[in-house]
Design a binder for this molecule. Structure first.
Ligand code: GLY
Length: 386
């Protein structure tokens, strides 16, 4: 399936349903932030303390851009105030997920409103992410303390969506530290997280004291050698963004190859199982992986040359994934539903929300719809001047 008039009206209907739900959620959620749900479809609400709060802000900004309704912008700005407080208190920022948090909140506000305070906060966020840089190994440490024997030497593929914040900071300031760290971390990820068959490890360990590469493994996947579908999606989108930010063709090629692997392993309804190793009837799906991958593929399509032989398959896959999400997984027509797409999987092996709404799944689904309907591109990089 390709972009065409018939699905254009479907994208519009799906966006309008998401905007209506977000309006209702504003009242439901108040000052709190939605995280994930169990199969009962009730979002767990929490304070601004985790890695996921930026996605709610991102949804609010997308709803504002689609509808022009200032109520969404005002609500989004309240989340930015919460992120400012979090930064001032240096609260739960000792991890790499700073890009997820600040690109979609203050970063989006800067992109949309050119608000100087939002720009400064986003620069502070980039500086906070730089604290994860480990010069010996030349990577950004994902989680935990620097001296942690295990986490101290670990990178994870999800980080490729945090790295664009550093490229943005380089463009804003001209300070090459940001670009150099972003490029070194991306190169390291490409060399060690991507396997020869174009699948990916979720995480990779290095010796903390020497930076020597040790082993690939997984945190959220089925087993170390399996392919966690959301990790593959983070990778394909992350390398596409790395290409946008650097023009390095090797990143574009990596994104394309990860996308082809993803497409080749999709089941008939175009929404992956949570890990490609458990692709069997009855296993949990991860609708959020499909939403992330669709955004990555749509970015890739904007970057591949017009005559590239893979264009057609990638466009068909991206549109088919979004169509399947809208037709089979979405809550369109269910006015009481809190989330946009069902059957996301958070951390199956730990029994954490293996089948429910994921706030990032909702964000990327709406970003994908907006890419298709409005040709807009989310908030991962500055928009070209018009
Ligand atoms: N970045 C964490 C996850 O994808 O679950």
């Amino acid at each position: 399936m390709k972009r065409n008039e018939r699905n254009d009206s479907m994208w519009k209907r799906a966006i309008e349903d998401a905007v209506t739900k977000t309006r209702a959620n504003l009242l439901r959620f108040g000052e709190q932030f939605p995280h994930v749900s169990e199969a009962d479809g009730v979002y767990q609400l929490q304070d601004n303390s985790d890695w996921t709060e930026g996605f709610w802000g991102g949804i609010l900004w997308l709803c504002y851009e689609y509808s022009g309704d200032r109520a969404f912008a005002e609500a989004a700005k309240k989340t930015v105030a919460s992120f400012r407080q979090r930064m001032e208190n240096n609260f739960q920022l000792n991890h790499h997920d700073i890009g997820f948090l600040y690109s979609l909140s203050s970063g989006a506000q800067w992109i949309i409103e050119r608000d100087e305070a939002a720009r400064r906060l986003t620069l502070q966020a980039a500086e906070t992410l730089m604290r994860r840089w480990r010069p010996k190994g030349q990577y950004l440490q994902a989680w935990g303390r620097e001296d942690d024997p295990d986490d101290g030497g670990r990178i994870i593929i999800d980080c490729l969506l945090n790295v664009p914040l550093l490229h943005w900071a380089f463009r804003q300031t001209g300070d090459s530290r940001y670009r150099d760290v972003a490029v070194s971390h991306t190169d390291k990820s490409r060399k060690y997280l991507i396997r020869g068959d174009d699948s990916s490890y979720h995480t990779f360990h290095f010796a903390r004291d020497t930076g020597y590469p040790l082993r690939g493994n997984t945190f959220q996947g089925e087993h170390d050698g399996s392919v966690w579908s959301r990790g593959q999606a983070w990778g394909l989108y992350g390398f596409a963004l790395a290409y946008v930010n650097t023009g390095n063709e090797a990143y574009l090629e990596t994104s394309r190859r990860l996308a082809n692997y993803f497409i080749a392993n999709l089941p008939n309804d175009h929404v992956p199982y949570w890990d490609f190793a458990v692709a069997e009837e009855g296993a949990y799906r991860d609708s959020s992986a499909a939403a992330i991958a669709a955004c990555g593929m749509l970015e890739l399509l904007d970057r591949l040359s017009p005559g590239h032989p893979d264009r057609s398959a990638i466009e068909t896959a991206a549109c088919s994934m979004v169509q399947s999400l809208a037709e089979r997984y979405s809550t369109i027509g269910d006015a009481d539903a809190q989330g946009f797409i069902r059957h996301g999987a958070y951390h199956v092996k730990r029994g954490l929300s293996p089948d429910g709404f994921m706030i990032w799944g909702d964000y990327f689904y709406l970003e994908a719809l907006m890419r298709l309907e409005r040709r807009s591109r989310g908030y991962w990089y500055e928009r070209p001047a018009t």
